[in-house]
Design a protein around this ligand. Sequence first.
Ligand SMILES: Cc1ncc(COP(=O)(O)O)c(C=O)c1O
Length: 353
Amino acid sequence: MTAGMDFRSDNVASAAPEIVDAVVEAARTSATPYGGDPVTERLEPAFSALFETEVKVFPVVTGTAANALAVAALTPPWGVIYAARAAHVENDECGAPEFMTGGAKVTGIEERCGKIVPAALEAALAAAGAGEVHWSQPACLSLTQPTEMGQVYTPDELAALTGIARRHGLAVHMDGARFGNAVAACGASPAALTWRAGVDALSFGATKNGALAAEAIVLFETGRAADLAFRHKRAGQLLSKMRFVSAQLAAYVADGLWLRLAAQANGQARRLARGLEAVPGATLAAPVEANEIFVTLPRAVIEGLAEAGVLFYLWPETDPQATTIRLVTRHDTETGEVAALIETAQRLAAGAA
Ligand SMILES: Cc1ncc(COP(=O)(O)O)c(C=O)c1O
């Protein structure tokens, strides 16, 4: 086995030294608990500058908490949250959005590579029974940026969907577990990809891109902050030693670190995609825009990769005979790791031919 061919997820990534150093620095002194410390207090000015508007920031320690609390800030217990069928809020959060909203309903909408099809959203809303007391009421649209298939919504695509949401009175949430990868990929500003495109609340991920465990709920619709403060506490996310989460977030956004790390991950994904495209029998199942690659390969090659020690997930993960695999690159993926995977796939494909 070639050492280190780990393409399972960006959750396996190391922590960036700048972020570890910031936590160590915050650990040197005592500080006011529950977010009353100077590091946490500097987060809102820093994020407001980054997003070019005044925002409220709630640090949390998982993406699930960020998503579930953010949608709860936007959705009443009788509401419907519309999301892509593949969305994390729909499939991977053990009902946390439903739980944190006090009973709202997540409804999956038709998608293409994770991007919600506007006509399908329109159709779902037209049939939603707004005002009908027997039915859950349309309340929120949740968009994942980049999508679960690594696709990046452009500002225009976002505006088209949020425009539909607005016309039907919905608030808009964005799951940005890999938001840095989206910004680094498309070059639009953080503002253009969020509030200027109609987003009210963002789950801003850092864990997958160099943090130890830190995400932020960024509220553009700041009027929701007072309620969210209580939800945040009730959900066990108001850490007494909040400064250690805040220190990660502060270091992450300082001097563009988050975008440098994301650009490294995206660059390795592009390199890997180019190499895999040249492998006989390989087809990319979706365009490679950020740091996730979905590639269809002969079964013999997939089995050979696993035997050679390459770590990856089948897509869908639940199908042991799947012919598509997901490969994720990280801020710390090395060029040698990518080259070794391409070389292994080439060799296996030549043997299978
Ligand atoms: C799109 C998306 N949203 C949110 C999350 C965050 O989830 P977690 O609660 O595991 O940090 C993930 C992690 O895999 C994800 O891929």
